[in-house]
Design a protein around this ligand. Structure first.
Ligand SMILES: [Fe+2]
Ligand SMILES: [Fe+2]
Length: 466
């Protein structure tokens, strides 16, 4: 081993600064002649010795002309401190109003909605077709198996019937409470019930064309590391870290449950190898510090993290960050980030629990399908008051707006990859083997996967470190 201070001094003597990765590499190699080699080969105009100056470590440059740019990260929303507490009932009405206005506005661009009150009052809609746009207040199934909902706008509420024998009924079957939809149909003769002909969701438009980066750049998407759990896989993580060391990755995104946390479920103590929450984050911070420091790490929380469970979840607080490197950016859950202009919506994915419980045929093994359902509704979490706790702020921060190039989730521990109307949906799996609870639930996780994303082509590649 060479000691870090003498490496830095050696370069400073020749008026050169040195990148921490180079210091680490040289100190691990312990070979002083490497320093002489670097000094001999370094271009005269160099100011900083970076990893590419290490002999044999020059990153391969594809087609001879493309160079990696400096990481460019913009947190569009979900940066530290943007979420606050919920103080009054008024927040709830503003929250739902914001959701209705935004998603209703998108639907209005595709159909002309008539206020529900006007439809109920005007007998012409018993003969003529009308379109209404509203938020789903309640969902039920009629005795004959038709889907019944109460649809509400700012002027009134109307019961809507989706006939099970009509085309498109399978979409109506998936209607979730609190989503915003448009319905075309006719009023019944007695004027109290609306017979639906068709259903319109705010959905991603068919014409959606994702942005791609002009410069080369690669991101890796992961989630659910669960540091502190006895089922966390340290060897797999080490393989991943070693791979990152030699890669040309500029961004690492982590979509929550980075630590296992404490008190998350009954009896968790017996499954923890690190029973202290501060120690869990210190360990995670050390793991992040060991990664190449040029990689920009973006870390959001999940339901196992130390922050409140209600979404949007705030960032991991300061007092847990002492071991984290400077290249780590803490964001909220959800958060919208742009990497070289490519929009990534990071969401832990707790609402998948609710969708699996409410949508027929939905399963944890098909997380990609659930992400499609989010995209169709333009909502990360549709239903209020179910398993996903939602903090109703003045604005609904669980909207999918703007449309991201990539939707990145985790939580279910099963890798899922799909593309829906130009939105790449990635559920990044986990770094934890099957837990006792998952065994009981018959859920087989896909651990130690990372998704490598080329920002120029938006082509994903699944890397398996298991
Ligand atoms: Fe998890
Ligand atoms: Fe989770």
């Amino acid at each position: 081993m060479l000691d870090a201070a003498s490496i830095v001094r050696r370069f400073l003597d020749t008026k050169l600064q040195v990148h921490p990765d180079v210091v680490r590499y040289l100190s691990e190699k312990g070979d002083p002649s490497l320093i002489d080699q670097i000094l001999g080969d370094i271009p005269p105009d160099a100011v900083v010795v970076s990893p590419r100056h290490i002999p044999g470590m020059v990153p391969t440059v594809r087609d001879g002309a493309r160079f990696l740019t400096d990481p460019q990260v913009e947190v569009v929303w979900g940066s530290a401190g943007s979420t606050g507490g919920v103080s009054s009932l008024e927040n709830y009405s503003r929250f739902f109003r914001h959701r209705y206005d935004t998603l209703g506005g998108i639907i209005r661009g595709r159909m002309n909605g008539i206020p529900i009150e006007a439809v109920l009052k005007n007998s012409r809609y018993r003969q003529e077709e009308a379109s209404i746009i509203g938020m789903v207040a309640e969902v039920r199934t009629s005795a004959k198996g038709h889907r019944m909902i109460d649809l509400e706008d700012t002027t009134g509420t109307i019961p809507v019937l989706f006939n099970k024998n009509r085309e498109g009924f399978s979409e109506a079957e998936k209607i979730l409470p609190d989503e915003v939809i448009g319905v075309r149909g006719k009023l019944s003769q007695e004027g109290k019930l609306f017979f639906a002909e068709s259903l319109v969701r705010p959905d991603i438009p068919n014409s959606n064309a994702p942005f791609t980066s002009h410069e080369p750049g690669k991101a890796v998407l992961i989630s659910d590391i669960h540091v502190g759990s006895n089922t966390f896989l340290p060897e797999a993580w080490e393989r991943f870290a070693a791979w990152l060391e030699g890669s040309d990755v500029s961004y690492l995104l982590i979509a929550g449950d980075a630590v296992d946390g404490i008190g998350i479920y009954p009896g968790q103590e017996s499954e923890l190898v690190i029973p202290n929450i501060f120690d869990q984050y210190d360990m995670l911070g050390d793991m992040m510090s060991a990664l190449p420091s040029h990689i920009r790490i973006i870390l959001g929380p999940g339901n196992h993290d130390v922050v409140r469970g209600a979404e949007p979840q705030p960032c991991i607080p300061e007092q847990f960050r002492s071991h984290f490197p400077h290249n780590c950016t803490f964001v909220e859950n959800p958060a919208f980030v742009r990497l070289q202009g490519v929009g990534v919506l990071m969401y832990h994915g707790r609402s998948i629990d609710d969708m699996v419980a409410s949508i027929q045929g939905a399963s944890y093994e098909r997380a990609g399908d659930m992400m499609e359902e989010m995209a169709k509704r333009r909502l990360l979490a549709a239903s209020y008051g179910k398993r996903t706790p939602i903090a109703a702020h003045e604005q609904d921060r669980l909207l999918i707006d703007p449309i991201p190039e990539v939707l990145h989730t985790g939580h279910v521990h099963v890798m899922g990859l799909t593309s829906y109307r130009g939105v790449l949906c990635i559920n990044a799996g986990t770094w934890q083997s099957q837990t006792a609870f998952q065994k009981q639930m018959n859920l087989v996780p896909t651990p130690a996967r990372a998704v490598l994303l080329d920002l120029q082509t938006l082509r994903p590649e699944v890397l398996d470190f298991s």
